[in-house]
Design a protein around this ligand. Structure first.
Ligand code: BTN
Length: 131
């Protein structure tokens, strides 16, 4: 029993560290950067910015508003790729995932209007590392 308690107390800081917290920065394997500003401690709702640096995509290198919810280790956030003084890519991405240690493992869905003027959907995965 003592050993189990000791293990829990040993592991607790690691699980706490994993969660998306206020003023945290996360970089994915494509080089994109999620910056989280304030996380509401009651609801887990947060806002921040997302700078897309992924090759093969548009709307790169400028900050877009990111908004989401982080509860325990589960995280969902959305970027609508339009804003003031930034290009409008007529698209929206939703990431859903979990923070595991210093990593945030997500799946995403990108809804966009293609050059044919029709709606399209793209799915993928992103792994973010806490900076
Ligand atoms: C667009 O090209 O319509 C807008 C930019 C989309 C960028 C995508 S979102 C999922 C993937 N992960 C990234 O960091 N960037 C791409």
């Amino acid at each position: 029993m003592k050993r189990i308690l000791a293990l829990i107390f040993f592991l607790l800081p690691f699980s706490a560290q994993a969660q998306v917290s206020s003023f945290s920065t996360w970089v994915n394997s494509r080089g994109s950067i999620l910056t989280v500003f304030l996380v509401d401690p009651g609801t887990g709702v947060f806002t921040g910015t997302y700078v897309n640096k992924a090759a093969g995509f548009q709307c790169q290198g400028v900050p877009y508003v990111a908004s989401g919810v982080a509860k325990g280790t589960s995280v969902t956030f959305t970027v609508n790729w339009k804003g003031i003084l930034v290009p409008d890519c007529h698209s929206t991405t939703v990431w859903t995932g979990r923070s595991i240690g210093p990593a945030l493992k997500t799946r995403w869905k990108l809804d966009y209007i293609g050059s044919d003027g029709k709606p399209h959907v793209l799915y993928g995965k992103d792994v973010f590392a806490k900076q």
